[in-house]
Design a protein around this ligand. Structure first.
Ligand SMILES: Cc1cc2nc3c(=O)[nH]c(=O)nc-3n(C[C@H](O)[C@H](O)[C@H](O)COP(=O)(O)OP(=O)(O)OC[C@H]3O[C@@H](n4cnc5c(N)ncnc54)[C@H](O)[C@@H]3O)c2cc1C
Ligand code: FES
Length: 293
């Protein structure tokens, strides 16, 4: 028989559990400070949280963004902590209901934010090393956070190499920043597009065709790649072929996510919840989970 004190304890635990869950799933309202159209499908949103509070994120983390009455979507934080100043940025590709609703917003409008979630990239461990960034397409959105963090503490790293590929010149993201990075003499930037146009005088080919252009000192190099799943397999082959160790190759896995906090199981890959253990993983951590790539 259950005693009344045990019953009270159970009720209290249940109420506490519900309270914790409610808090977990209650978004904070963020206000749009600016919107920039980057390409036909992508916009960058700069957001402020109430009372100027900081999001307190790490590069590679994401937030759950909600549009009232429509739903939520996980979106990476694209600005670096080193440049937060009470605001943060996200680059959103318009693909469906939530992202289209976000694209319809105007400066001054609001959206719900939960997070930041995930563990991000352990960039403190990358200090002292050469860093090879290999984003593809929209993968530059999350990697831009880490790239700018590294550039803002540039003296702490060795070489910085960026290999970036998009399907065509009009789909290259953050063109202003690409120009700035290309003009720095402490950044080695190599761009490519799968298909050129009349304005394009640069390299043509998928991102892996850039690898023969660079040489690396594998024992002192950390590589970080973020892009569409189809890209990972081939980029991984190139990175391993250059002798970079599995523990020094990092990537971000985009799973279908719902809760973002390890409760719903949507993002589960075998024993791993990508929303909590990732989405940033070293290859050594996820090797063997081939269906995730
Ligand atoms: C950790 C993480 C970080 C992400 N970062 C970004 C980002 O920085 N910028 C960005 O534009 N997008 C990002 N995405 C993808 C983004 O979450 C989806 O495009 C978004 O959820 C689609 O919602 P929707 O309602 O607009 O589209 P829907 O109407 O739900 O679906 C439209 C299309 O998007 C696909 N899709 C739906 N939900 C997801 C999902 N959770 N993950 C992947 N694909 C999905 C569907 O299969 C369908 O093809 C990220 C996803 C994850 C998991
Ligand atoms: S998104 Fe719900 S458990 Fe990861």
């Amino acid at each position: 028989m259950i005693t009344s004190s045990a019953l009270n304890h159970l009720v209290a635990r249940k109420q506490n559990h519900n309270h914790v869950n409610e808090e977990l799933f209650t978004p904070i309202i963020a206000r749009l400070e600016s919107i920039k159209q980057l390409t036909e499908l992508e916009k960058v949103f700069k957001l402020n949280l109430p009372d100027g509070i900081s999001l307190g994120h790490r590069p590679g983390q994401f937030v759950e963004v909600s549009s009232l009455g429509i739903g939520e979507a996980p979106i990476s934080i694209s600005s670096s902590p080193s440049r937060s100043n009470g605001s943060f940025e996200m680059c959103v590709r318009k693909v469906g209901d939530v992202t289209s609703a976000l694209h319809n917003l105007e400066v001054g409008d609001t959206m719900g934010i939960r997070g930041p979630y995930g563990r991000g990239f352990p960039y403190e461990k990358f200090r002292g090393k050469d860093i090879l960034f290999a984003p593809g397409g929209l993968g530059l959105a999350p990697l831009r956070s880490l790239i700018n963090q590294v550039l803002d503490e540039r003296a702490l790293y060795g070489r910085v190499i960026i290999l970036y590929g998009a399907r065509n010149p009009s789909e290259l993201l953050f063109k202003d920043e690409l120009k700035e990075w290309g003009e720095r003499d402490d950044v080695e930037l190599h761009l490519t597009v799968d298909r050129g146009d009349e304005s394009w005088t640069g390299h043509i080919g998928v991102i892996t065709t850039l690898f023969p252009q660079i040489s690396v000192y594998p024992r002192n190099t950390v590589a970080i790649t973020v892009g569409p799943p189809v890209m990972y397999r081939f980029v991984l082959m190139e990175l391993l072929g250059k002798g970079i160790s599995e523990g020094n190759i990092w990537m971000s896995l985009e799973r279908h996510m719902k809760c973002g906090v390890g409760k719903c199981g949507h993002c589960q890959i075998n024993h791993i919840y990508a929303c909590q253990s990732g989405p940033a993983f070293s290859y050594a951590e996820i090797k063997g989970l081939e269906e995730a790539l």
